[in-house]
Design a protein. Structure first.
Length: 326
């Protein structure tokens, strides 16, 4: 069980911009409250999966002395934008305090390295428990109850929340899937034989033979450090993958929207953000966020092609999910 030596005190939540409620002063809460510090990024699929539980804990335990602080630490430049994060707060119905940690001041203070990451601080300001990534929701809630019970031993707690998704239930199996695929030259894996040109527009040709774990560009793209931008209509990306769901972080041109055609292989199911029109599948990219492109019934090997119908579309990273009900 990932508990921490009780002599370690939680660092102050200083150095960020409080964009919802706050600021939260840990010293002022000593003797009064238990604090859950949740590091997240609104473009991160694993963070998105944990948010319903965090919101549920806020609803269940705020009246008993639980204070939740969402520390938003950006992975991509679009996640530094205050308006983008505020839109995500509304989308995910987050009601607890949120601080924008664009300079990673709080991230560094906690020596954190993961999205998502949760740290529990007891009523004396000491770090008592942590968890990285998805899962262990009932264990984490039990730890919340334990620390709240130390403040008020007379509290009577309900059983931990039921799983939000079937894939969170005992018996679900998590398979090895394609690793996250970045579309910038700093961390990207491109299958085009000549590689990619950095920070300038260039024409690319799909070689026609594809290996899993790489992205293949076709048409005119400008590849930057963290993303690839379509310079002309019809520019496309092809990939082979093994997964259940496929997600892609995308952003439209400033002040506009962009359309993307999704071409799925046989047997694949379109994701939540895909709309069918006259036998074709499209995604409307109207703001910078993660879009769900594929939602298969199980983990399968398959292929996927995206065709930008409008220039200026920017793609950051594909993510793949692995946990399915057995």
């Amino acid at each position: 069980m990932p508990q921490i030596n009780e002599t370690i005190y939680a660092p102050a939540l200083e150095g960020g911009e409080w964009i919802q409620h706050g600021p939260v002063n840990l010293k002022e809460l000593r003797g009064k409250a238990v604090v859950l510090v949740d590091f997240w990024d609104y473009t991160c699929v694993n963070c998105i999966h944990t948010l319903p539980y965090v919101a549920g804990w806020h609803d269940r335990y705020r009246q008993h002395g639980l204070v939740i602080v969402g520390v938003h630490a950006p992975e991509f430049s679009i996640a530094r934008d205050r308006s983008n994060v505020l839109a995500a707060i509304r989308q995910f119905a987050i009601e607890y305090p949120v601080v924008l940690d664009n300079d990673y001041a709080i991230w560094r203070a906690y020596s954190n390295r993961f999205w998502p990451a949760k740290y529990l601080v007891d009523s004396q300001g000491r770090l008592r428990y942590y968890h990285f990534g998805e899962g262990l929701y009932q264990e984490s809630e039990t730890q919340i109850q334990k620390l709240l019970g130390e403040v008020n031993p007379g509290l009577d707690f309900p059983p931990p929340m039921e799983p939000v998704r079937e894939s969170d239930r005992p018996g679900a199996v998590c398979y090895r899937v394609t690793p996250e695929l970045y579309l910038g030259y700093a961390r990207g894996q491109f299958g085009n034989p000549a590689g990619v040109a950095r920070d300038r527009a260039a024409d690319y040709t799909d070689p026609g033979r594809h290996a899993e774990g790489a992205s293949y560009l076709s048409g005119r793209w400008a590849v930057g450090q963290e993303s690839a931008r379509a310079e002309t209509a019809g520019a496309s990306i092809f990939l082979r993958y093994t997964s259940m769901d496929v997600n892609l972080v995308m952003a439209p041109p400033a002040g506009q929207s962009a359309r993307v055609e999704i071409i799925l292989g046989d047997g694949q199911r379109a994701g939540a953000d895909v709309k069918a029109e006259n036998g074709r599948a499209f995604v409307t990219v109207d703001r910078a966020r993660m879009y769900n492109l594929v939602a298969n019934e199980s983990v399968v090997p398959a292929s996927l092609q995206l065709k930008a119908l409008d220039p200026g579309l920017t793609a950051f990273a594909f993510t793949f999910t692995s946990c399915v009900v057995n």
